[in-house]
Design a protein around this ligand. Structure first.
Ligand code: SF4
Length: 347
């Protein structure tokens, strides 16, 4: 977003016109030290900019510094209920805290936490979820709708601001896409704190991706959102690949391989569906700005390949490789992947 406040999370800046940062969350507890480190480093390799980890106990908080020693992306602690866990995480070098001040308890505790975070320049994300809006607000609005979420967020912001704390990131997530989009659109008009956008409990890899694409895509195209989390019931690396695809589709990422492929039809003489899946898998970590067409047949393949840097299209007995719309050479079907990857890597 152009007009949001810039916030530093470790070595990463969000808001203030910086690029939209990609986040995910580990499926481990900090006390599973080796697993946590391995997963965070794998997420970084996939393209994750900021990673969150749940810190359910004070004992878990004692592993934060050990994790930090072995990772290089900023680490965010997800804290519920106990402000002392948040304080311990700050002492051990956490880069950001995510809380819902409403469940931290009395205001005095929130104040202690805000003062400590201020002193250490640690931002706090206020994470409002439609499922955990306080009773008073819920009664006023009658349902956990967008207005209730906005009021809840503003109430929590006022609490932190009342402690002279403004190093704030906000999120207002619902599992309902329409509610989520409405809530973010409304809050974006009221505050200039950076927004962490996401649809919560979005579901499986397939339905979660659809919900997140519609919700986050709508917001990003409205220029709302400073950091993005795609929530999927799948391996966390998949959240990163999904986030990258959403950002690419919204024109926010220029790098990476853009694969175009046709829906196939009776003219296709090879297994295009499997081939495209394999090309996607083989190219997901390649950070080159290339458009690659993988087309079913030569009828439309060459036309599409005109727009692409590279392209393959199936013929009757073999494939045809195109470069910038020009026929480069013919390839037997069985060598298609090897030859295509050679071209991509050499481009
Ligand atoms: Fe069918 Fe060829 Fe078009 Fe693919 S490119 S949909 S195979 S006509």
């Amino acid at each position: 977003m152009k007009n949001t406040k810039e916030i530093s999370i470790g070595n990463m800046k969000i808001g203030g016109g910086n690029r939209i940062a990609i986040q995910s969350m580990t499926t481990t507890k900090p006390s599973d030290l080796e697993k946590s480190i391995a997963q965070i480093n794998s997420l970084e390799k996939a393209g994750c900019d900021i990673v969150r980890i749940t810190v359910p106990t004070i004992e878990d908080a004692k592993f934060i510094d050990k994790i930090k020693e072995k990772i290089s992306i900023p680490l965010v602690a997800d804290i519920h209920f106990d402000y002392k866990i948040a304080l311990e995480c700050i002492e051990r070098g956490i880069d950001k805290i995510r809380i819902n001040p409403g469940n931290i308890g009395d205001r005095e505790r929130v104040k202690i936490l805000a003062n400590r975070a201020n002193l250490c320049n640690i931002p706090i994300r206020i994470g409002v979820n439609s499922g955990s809006i306080d009773k008073e607000i819920l009664q006023k609005f009658g349902a956990p709708n967008a207005d209730a979420m906005v009021e809840s967020a503003l109430k929590e912001v006022a609490v932190l601001e009342g402690c002279d704390f403004t190093n704030i990131v906000l999120s207002l997530k619902a599992s309902n896409v329409v509610t989520t989009v409405e809530a973010y659109r409304k809050i974006a008009k009221k505050v200039n704190y950076p927004l962490h956008i996401g649809v919560t409990e979005a579901g499986s890899e397939y339905s979660g991706l659809v919900k997140s694409s519609v919700g986050l895509g709508s917001l990003i195209l409205d220029d709302i959102g400073d950091t993005i989390r795609v929530s999927l019931t799948a391996e966390p690396e998949k959240e990163i690949y999904a986030a990258k695809e959403i950002l690419k589709a919204c024109g926010k990422i220029n790098g990476g391989i853009n694969i175009v492929s046709c829906p196939t039809c009776g003219r296709c003489n090879y297994n295009l569906i499997e081939t495209v899946k394999k090309v996607e898998e083989l190219t997901k970590n390649i950070d080159k700005k290339l458009t690659v067409a993988v087309m079913g047949c030569v009828v439309n393949g060459p036309g599409e390949a005109k727009e692409a840097d590279l392209g393959v299209a199936g013929g009757l007995t073999e494939c045809i490789l195109f470069k910038k719309g020009e026929l480069a050479r013919k390839i037997p079907f069985e060598n298609l992947l090897d030859e295509l990857m050679k071209e991509i890597n050499g481009a």
